[in-house]
Design a protein around this ligand. Sequence first.
Ligand SMILES: [Zn+2]
Length: 319
Amino acid sequence: MLILALDFGGTKLAAAVVKKGDRHFQSYQRTLSPPKANSSTDIQIMRSLALELLNGEKPAAIGVSFGGPVDFKTGTVRLSHHVDGWENTPLKQILENEFQAPASVDNDANVAALGEHRYGAGINYESLCYITVSTGVGGGWILNSKPWRGSGGMAGEIGHTVVDPSGPLCLCGKRGCVERLASGPYMAQEARTRLQIDLNCGHILRRICQYQPENITGLLINQAAENGDKIAIEILKKAGWALGVGIGNAANLINPQRFILGGGVTKAGPHFWETVQQVARQIALPEVEFEIVSAALGDEAPLWGAVAMAEDLLNKSSE
Ligand SMILES: [Zn+2]
């Protein structure tokens, strides 16, 4: 039996075919979403990727990770913050009609949490919080070994928990959210501002971005920090602090066994990681135990979570 796993990211589209029970992709394809993508072009590209991978065979079930809020029960995409035209798209229905197989659709943080739980850093843990820190900060919960989506599907928004009410303004309209301090683009913005204000600081960072502050990314800030740049180190530590406060508070509220961190920013070095660990430990009560670890599946966590959702569909139908 073949499983089709699809990952609609903000900027990339990935698809894989897996034999039920296997722990490797039978075939895999990824491509960048075109610059002026909308929901129809994304669906069209994904359709041709899938048909190519399936090579004339029919999938028994389809699992889908989507980069934006999804109504899990109906499999309807609410919207995408990155790609136009996704408002209220019945993605589950579209895929079921196209491939004549049952489909399950959920948002990427929930799906990645399930992927890590089933096949990655969360195997044998019945409670965990997966947090992705990249262009945004998203989260997904597994509680009692099942995804916990919240009553309206909005659980896991650790990115917009407030850690500094008088801090800088976030795109959500509030101040001092974890995402405002720890996401890659906001860290880059902070670095640019700092370089502009004081022309005598950040020499290493300036050199690493080749004196083009508009080229600064989270990755370059990390490189500069590893080379001892003070501004870069401060920004990374601030990001680690914000995430640590968010995690410490979440630990106090829910008491999960593990926090699993994925996404580009978490590839940063010790300035980031040590701060996250220390601050989370300081914020949580001494009796609240938890571990903070790296994701094991990396960028493939959403696809493996999609495989898990499809396997669940098949197991349900054979019960
Ligand atoms: Zn926010």
